[in-house]
Design a protein around this ligand. Structure first.
Ligand code: PRX
Length: 638
């Protein structure tokens, strides 16, 4: 079996990046073939790429056969069998951490794969994972990949209703969960949430329950099985299923501008090559480094840069169960020092939250091991960038501001740690193979510097989404119809005179709260389920920690009920329908919403009010009832 040699595709200088970039645009097929050669394929490809953004249809490494778990594990056994693959740090610093070598992780994944098979799961079946950040989450993810089952990981902060929607949409046959979950000071009954969700899901045959908290939970006879009991009965060797490069690897649900989250589909071959390539180059990972990405595996960042990217390159990846502020706001830094973390990858919202606690929480830690710092998920403001650079990086670590999306599978625009020029608030240059452009309203390309436009990508890269599960038309409409011939990101951006990109933020009806995406329609649908509510409109507004907060304008039915009680009830509705992360920060009760004569809500006006700029509402003369705007401005909460 071909051993992993990430150094073969490692870029070592900015000049080399420029050469590689040029080559990747002039000859994308040759370029990606030379990267892909370094992986283990059971059968090579006939063609590197076929694509048509009209349909849309993109295929990479056609007819090649492979298995990504084999590339993550088996391939390292010969040279890295005793190297640490995973370090797991529990929520409570008093509990002992756990380490897995590549050989140990290999056996655990094989064992889990056999448990899946024993319970009737095979190639193409969808398996939903709803779990805390424990090693078994990574193990189960790779076990699915090993037998060709499609994983759909749902972040364990989502409510039972949101979980049920995702299970139903994917017709999952199995759910993997745990008895309970620790997160900071909170204890969350995950198994009970799964039970509630399954009341409305017919497709699920079995639930595998991993023991984490040792709480007593209800086990439904015939349906629910303890993982540790099942695991005793199977071997720790399981052959890797032969997958086509274009077979589905996973579904990951994300919010868009319509009410229902969509299942973004990634396939095996392209995703493998691209996540490995970007991990190696963006973070400049060296063989004995310890890499830590603080995301949850329930989001794309965790998929690509806790699990797949690091393991594909034979790296040591750290996984943390807890939160940055518990038991105190020094928790991240304590972990960095404890394990000697070399690359640290987190979100601007976490940086801002820690910044608010003050830098004294960093004083007692050396942080000497750090070499590269990364951010992801939302634009980083200058203050947070500076704080990160000075207090965490001690002025010596480069920061990579990595722009990408669930749909892109891997990092698209970013510096390469220490090689590229850095400019606060700028993501920087595109990765090799990525051809971004800025377009104006009419779809004309903007060539001059410093002008804002719609960010699109003109060519396919290996880990572009292939479809939205069960609804290809939606994929086409959302990403490939706004501007013909381009993938539309939904983001606005600008470029400086040196060609560096700065991402401004979403230009569609998506709000980015603490790096998590929500569609305004999705939140409105949930609010409208509250019996006091006639209708609502939601927009984002600048929030000092979360980046964007959720501002809800709500029209109520006549009622005697106290307004504070209704506010609390609306928040409860959100917690039930989506989860606590989607709770509105501000709820303003309004007599009506600003609508055009055709009944369309003028969101632009509501957005300006929420941004504290009621003087910039623009033309309101086309409104059905302009007086309503005055009322809203008078009662505004910012
Ligand atoms: O608006 C951009 C923002 O996050 C969106 C993608 O969200 P999601 O699919 O949840 O993936 C987040 C993690 C990859 C983008 O459309 N975003 C992501 N990274 C950045 C960013 N905005 C600015 N700068 C970034 N580095």
């Amino acid at each position: 079996m071909k051993q992993a040699r990430p150094e073969a595709y490692r870029i070592k200088s900015f000049e080399e990046y420029q050469e590689k970039y040029k080559e990747s645009i002039e000859n994308p097929e040759g370029f990606w073939a030379s990267v892909a050669e370094n992986f283990h394929w059971k059968k090579p490809w006939d063609r590197v790429l076929e694509w048509d953004f009209e349909k849309p249809e993109v295929k990479w490494f056609l007819n090649a056969k492979m298995n990504i778990s084999e590339n993550c594990l088996d391939r390292h056994l010969e040279n890295r069998g005793n190297k640490l693959a995973l370090i797991w740090e529990p929520n409570d610093p008093k509990e002992r951490f756990v380490r897995f070598t590549y050989r140990e992780l290999y056996h655990e994944v094989n064992r889990f794969a056999n448990v899946l098979k024993k319970n009737g799961i095979g190639k193409g079946d969808r398996v939903c994972l709803y779990m805390p950040m424990i090693p078994e989450l990574m193990i189960a993810t790779l076990a699915c990949a090993r037998i060709g089952a499609v994983h759909s990981i749902v972040f364990a902060g989502f409510s039972s209703t949101a979980l049920a929607d995702r299970i139903q949409d994917a017709s999952a046959r199995m759910v993997i969960t745990s008895d309970g979950m620790f997160r900071g000071a909170k204890e969350i009954p995950v198994k009970r949430i799964v039970d509630e969700a399954l009341e409305s899901c017919d497709s699920v045959e079995h639930v595998i329950v991993v023991q984490r908290t040792r709480w007593a939970v209800d086990m439904k006879e015939g349906r629910d099985k303890w993982y540790h009991v099942e695991a005793r009965e199977v071997s720790d060797e399981c052959p890797a299923e032969e997958m086509d490069s274009e077979d589905m690897l996973f579904i990951l649900y994300t919010s868009g501008s319509t009410g229902k989250p969509k299942g973004v589909v990634h396939s095996c071959g392209g995703y493998m090559v691209y996540t490995a390539y970007t991990f190696e180059n963006v973070f400049q990972y060296e063989e004995s480094d310890i890499f830590w990405c603080t995301a949850d595996i329930g989001w794309i960042t965790g998929h690509s840069y806790i699990v797949y990217g690091p393991l594909l390159n034979g790296a040591t990846t750290l996984m943390f169960e807890g939160v940055p502020t518990w038991p105190d706001p020094g928790r991240f830094w304590q972990i960095v020092d404890k394990f000697g973390v070399n690359q640290f990858y987190t979100a601007p919202t976490a940086i801002r939250a820690l910044m608010a606690y003050g830098e004294e929480h960093l004083y007692e830690y050396s942080l000497n091991s750090l070499k590269v710092l990364g951010t992801v998920g939302e634009p980083i403001n200058k203050e947070a960038w500076d704080w990160y650079h000075i207090h965490v990086g001690r002025n010596r670590c480069p920061i990579v501001d990595t722009w990408w999306q669930t749909e892109t599978g891997g990092i698209m625009i970013s510096g390469l740690g220490g090689l590229s020029p850095m400019k606060a608030t700028y993501a920087g240059y595109p990765l090799p193979g990525v051809l971004p452009k800025l377009l104006d309203e009419q779809g004309q390309e903007i060539r001059e510097a410093e002008r804002e436009g719609y960010l699109v990508i003109a060519r396919p890269w290996p880990s572009i989404l292939r479809t939205t599960y069960g609804d290809h038309e939606r994929c086409k409409l959302t990403y490939f119809s706004h501007f013909k011939g381009y993938y539309f990101t939904g983001d606005g951006a600008k470029r400086d005179k040196n060609g560096m990109y700065r991402i401004i933020g979403r230009v569609d009806d998506v709000i980015n709260v603490s790096g998590h995406r929500f569609g305004t329609a999705e939140i409105e649908n949930a609010i409208n389920k509250n019996p006091h509510v006639i209708e609502s409109a939601v927009t984002g507004y600048p929030h000092p920690i979360k980046g964007q907060g959720i501002y809800a304008y709500v029209v109520l039915r006549d009622s005697e009920e106290d307004e504070e009680n209704i506010r609390a009830a609306i928040r409860e509705t959100l917690i039930k329908e989506i989860g606590p992360i989607a709770k509105p920060d501000l709820i303003q009760f309004v007599p009506g919403l600003p609508k055009t004569r055709s009944g369309k809500i003028m969101r632009r006006i509501l957005r300006k009010i929420a941004e504290g700029e009621p003087g910039k509402l623009g033309d309101t003369s086309t409104l059905l009832d302009p007086a309503v705007v005055e009322e809203i401005v008078k009662g505004a909460l910012v």
